[in-house]
Design a protein around this ligand. Structure first.
Ligand SMILES: [Zn+2]
Length: 276
C-alpha cells in the first residue's frame, strides 16, 4: 500500500521478477494498481544448496499467481516448507490459506488471526529452514502487525510495506501509528549501519541496493510531511480532509483516501506530542 505522494524518488535499479540476491527470488503478482505499484512481490527464499524454501507474502488470492510461486520453487529444485507474512493486508495475505493448502505448509504471522498452525512470529524469533536464517524484526507503523525479515547471509532485509521500492508507504491509521513507524524506520536504519544490510527486498516495487539511503529518505520524507501538516493546521486547515486537500494538492485524487490515513496518523502524533 503506497503513498505515491512521495518526494521525488531517486532513480533506483533492481528487478521486478526473478532472482534478486543469491537466496531471494521474486514472483510478481498480477495485481498492479496505484496502491500496489507493479503488484505484490512474493519472495521465495532459500539456501542455494537446500531443497526447502520459505515463501514470504503469497499475495492476493489469485490461483495462477499462487501456482506460479510453487512452480518457481519447483524449477529451482525446491519444495516450499514454510509461509511467512509481513502483515495482514489482503494484497500480501489474502492468498495465504490457499497457498498453504497447495503447499501443505504452515503460515506464521504476528497476528494470530492470520496464522495456520500453532507457531506465531514475533520479536527476536529466528526462522531456520534448510540452513536458511531469517531474523524477525518487528516494524509496526504501516500496520500494527508489520514485520520485516533480516536475511543476514545476503545482507538484505525483506520489508513488506514498511519500505517500498518506489514512493513511500502509508501509515494506515488507526491501526498504523506514526510514532511506531518512525521507531521502526530507525530500527531498520540500525540494521543498515550496525549489521551491514545493503539490500531492501520490498513488498512492492524494485529492489533497492542502498538500504541506508532508502531508510534515510523515508525518515526525511516523514519529517517533511509532518512539518507540512503542522503548518497546514496552523494555517487553519482543521479536518483531515482539509489537510489532505492542501498538503496533497499536487497528488492524484485517487490516492487521497490513502493520504488521509497518513494525515490522520500525523494529526494524532502532533496532538500526542503537544505540537498542535
Ligand atoms: Zn500493506
Amino acid at each position: 500500500m503506497t503513498d505515491a505522494a512521495a518526494l521525488p524518488g531517486r532513480p533506483r535499479g533492481g528487478i521486478l521478477s526473478g532472482p534478486a540476491t543469491l537466496r531471494a527470488v521474486n514472483v510478481l503478482a498480477p495485481n498492479a494498481s496505484a496502491m500496489t505499484l507493479d503488484g505484490t512481490n512474493t519472495w521465495v527464499v532459500s539456501e542455494p544448496d537446500s531443497r526447502s524454501a520459505v515463501v514470504i507474502d503469497p499475495g492476493p488470492l489469485d490461483e495462477g499467481h499462487l501456482r506460479a510461486v510453487v512452480d518457481a520453487a519447483a524449477k529451482a529444485g525446491k519444495r516450499v516448507a514454510l509461509t511467512l507474512l509481513t502483515h495482514g493486508h489482503p494484497d500480501h495475505a489474502e492468498g495465504a490459506a490457499r497457498f498453504a493448502e497447495l503447499t501443505g505448509t504452515k503460515v506464521r504471522a504476528l497476528d494470530p488471526a492470520l496464522r495456520l498452525g500453532d507457531e506465531g512470529l514475533g520479536a527476536g524469533d529466528v526462522v531456520e529452514v534448510g540452513g536458511l536464517e531469517l531474523r524477525v524484526v518487528p516494524t509496526p507503523g504501516h500496520t500494527a502487525d508489520s514485520l520485516c525479515f533480516h536475511l543476514p547471509a545476503d545482507r538484505a532485509v525483506l520489508t513488506g510495506d514498511t519500505v517500498l521500492g518506489r514512493g513511500t508507504s502509508v501509515v494506515a491509521h488507526p491501526d498504523g501509528r506514526l510514532g511506531d513507524y518512525l521507531d521502526s524506520l530507525r530500527r531498520l536504519r540500525s540494521l543498515t549501519v550496525d549489521d551491514g544490510v545493503h539490500t531492501v527486498l520490498p513488498g512492492h516495487g524494485p529492489v533497492l541496493e542502498d538500504a541506508q539511503g532508502a531508510v534515510e529518505f523515508y525518515l526525511a520524507h516523514r519529517a517533511h510531511r509532518l512539518a507540512q501538516v503542522e503548518t497546514a493546521v496552523e494555517d487553519g486547515y482543521r479536518t483531515p480532509g482539509e489537510v489532505v486537500g492542501h498538503v496533497y494538492a499536487d497528488v492524484d485524487r485517487s490516492l487521497w483516501p490513502a493520504a488521509e490515513l497518513s494525515v490522520r496518523a500525523q494529526l494524532e502524533y502532533l496532538e500526542e506530542h503537544g505540537l498542535i
